[in-house]
Each structure stands twice: as structure tokens, then as C-alpha cells.
Ligand binder design. Sequence first.
Ligand code: C2G
Length: 445
Amino acid sequence: MVKVITYGTFDLFHEGHYRLLQRAKALGDYLIVGVTTEKYDMERGKLNVIDALMTRIENVKKTGFADEVIIEETSGQKISDVQKYHVDIFTVGSDWTGAFDYMSDYCRVVYLERTKNISSTMLREQNRRIQKIGLIGTGRIAERFMPEAKLVSGISTQGVYNPRTESARRFARKWEIASYDDIEAFYRDVDAVYVASPHQTHYAYIMEALAHGKHVLCEKPMVLKKQQAEEVYAYAKEHRLILFEGIKTAYCPGFEKLLGIACSGTIGHIRYIDACFTKLERKDTRELTDKKYGGSFTELASYCLLPVIKLFGTDYKEVHFDTIQDGNGLDVFTKASLTFPKGIATATCGLGVKSEGRLLIAGTKGYIVAEAPWWKTTYFEVHYEKPDQIEKYSERFLGDGLRYEIKDFLNMINGNDKSAFKLTRGESIAFADIMEKFMKEQRRI
Ligand code: C2G
């Protein structure tokens, strides 16, 4: 008797799951299915699992393919299960290709092709909906989005569009999603869009996607002009669509905690914020070759302005920029100084100059400090007048951190707007306003 084992969360059970179990069963005579516990999913960084363990087990059982269902509780369990149940074949979907090669010391490992296009028929029966998201753009951030989106239950990456069709095809092959040459077909197949194209193309794609009735998650900087920001948000609101600016820091739990403490009065009234983010880039990257839209400020200022605008508000009195430029006239280092009615702030970005990359929030009773990479907030300290009085805080930041904004975006689409405060329209418009002032001062627009 050939024994096969497979594992999964099987949340919001859909055809992808059904087809996987069907083919897993066909690989042998006896199929064991391991269903993950909530605790294990949390531990491995999977967010937003909706169905309870019992429901997920029931759904697996209903298929009739599983001869035995077990629960998966820990990360080391797969190897011991294979030995305990005398398993011959371990199988899982091809979205995990390579990840379980280590199991081949114990049994045969088979990766079954992931189901590309899950339809919602099966889901409608359950009165549930999986949001299908399509990507526009195939660059580095799109590459990071893919594994992160996989860890958010309730969203499925449907396909990718890039006017450079060969790039779209290559990306689609790698991630086993559909590629579209025709943008109309792309919009027909998706419920939501992730815009990860070059900055200057965001506005047109956002408007087009919204006009097709799609929710939009757009990479930062969302747009480079205040009026464009106002327009896209007004359009989205009017048509009851969700529009999110994807500044990952805004949605991560550590940063939320930091803001909570800053606002709580622990450090008194906030008077000064200094946020710095520098990253040495290779000279041939888009950031350092695109003379109009490249440079450190367009690339990194969204992060540095985030704590400033969140804590001081959108009504700044003045903004002033000091820059160091390279031979292309691009800013390799920019310091933006802002004054507010009750405080002052600096936002410093660098692509060709390395600095400490710290976030400092100074108040009338004490200060908060988070060292680089504070934009992936995992740790920060609160200091007071007495040098030995230090409070330390830590929080998890999983993977590349995009899963948090994806989760919040999805929850907003599904009608839960609990996270709307994390990055408001007004704040996002203020970023566009400051970007525009910078671009004008640099005579780029
Ligand atoms: N699957 C698929 N096609 C889809 C979606 C999922 O073939 N469109 C497969 C996955 O590859 C996996 C199974 O269905 O083999 C269950 O998927 P999930 O519930 O998303 O579970 P997953 O996070 O992949 O857990 O220990 C857990 C395992 O590592 C896999």
C-alpha cells in the first residue's frame, strides 16, 4: 500500500485545495492530510486565517479523498509524521517547489502543479469570497509581494500585467500565475490590483483600475502631485472602492505599537522628530539612473515622512529641502526640514550617502528611539532624563512585511475598516503634496 501525506491550512476551501487533494490521493492508495492549527499558522507567519480548525477539517473530509486527517502543530512535525505513519510520498502544491526538498531523505517528494485560476463557484456556495488580485509591474517589489501574498488567507494572486509582455510572461512562469498582454482581459479577471510599476505610471494605472471597478493597493510613493492624490481618493470614495498607499511600515505591528506609545503621553508632548533611512544603491539601478523620477527622496521619503505626519499631523507650516546631488543631478542625499505649530521634524534619505538610519521622537518628558531598520519595526526604547531609566519594547515583523498591508487591504475590501486609521487619505495626500514641492524645487516637474 502506497501512503501519501500532504499538509495545508485549507482555509476558505476552494478548487485549488480540492484539486490538490484529488491528485494527492491519486498518487497512492492511502491519503493522510495534515491540517494546520491556528497556533502553528501564527508561528509560521500566515495571517488572516478565517475558518476554525474544525471547519477546515470538515471541508477536507467532505472531499472524500482523505483516508485520515491529522493536525499539524509544529514546524518539525512533517519528518516525524512520515516516520510514524510509514509514508511513501510527501506532496504539496508547486507554490512550495524546493521548500520541502529536505523531506527527500525520508520519502519521495512530489510537487503538484498549483491551480492557477480558482473560480468562485465553489466559494459562492459557501457564501464566501476569495479576492483575486492582479499585479501591474514585475520589478523587485512585485517579486517580494508574491511570497507575502501567499501568507494572507483570503487573497489569491491571479495574474500579472506589464506592457513589456516578455517580462510579464517571465514573471508569470516563475510564480505560476497568468500573464496578460491585454489589460482589459486582466481587469476582467481580477477583483483588486496591486500597482508596482514605476512611480510616474501609478496615477494612470490607479485611475484605470478604479474606472474598471477594482480596488487598488499602490506602492509608495502613490502619486507625485497633491491634486492627483486628491483626485484618486475622491474617485475611489465616490465609487466605494478601496484605495491604499502601500507604505509597509504603516501597517506593521511594531510601528503601530511605537505610535501608540508616542501618542500616549509617556514622553510628554512631542516636539521633535528625526527620521532617517539610507540605503547604498548600485549605480545602475533605476533609482540612480532615472533623472526625472529617481533619487533618494522619491524612493525613501515616504518612510521618513510617515512618523512625522502621523504624529504632528498634516498641517505643516513650512518645508525646506537640502540636497546633495550626483553627476546626473539626482539627489543622493536629502534632508527635508518641516515646521509644525508645536514642533519641528527632519526626514533624511540617502541612496549614495550612508547614515545611521534612526527614528527619534523627542518629547517634553523623554524620547523614543528605534534604530535602523526602524521601518521594519521590531524593537525600540523609551528613554527619560535619568539615563538608566529605559523601557524596551519588541514586536514581530515577519518576512518582508508586505503581508500586513495586504491583510489590512483585504479586510477593508471585506468591509472591516478597523485599520483605516493606519494611513489615512489625508496623510497620503500630504505625502504627495511634499513630494510635489520637492520635485518642483528640483525642477523635475
Ligand atoms: N494549492 C493549490 N492551488 C492553489 C492554492 C493552494 O494547489 N491555488 C495547494 C497548496 O500548494 C497546498 C494546499 O493547496 O499544497 C493547501 O494550501 P493552503 O491551505 O494555502 O496551505 P499552505 O499554506 O500551502 O500549507 O504545513 C503546511 C504546508 O506547508 C502547506
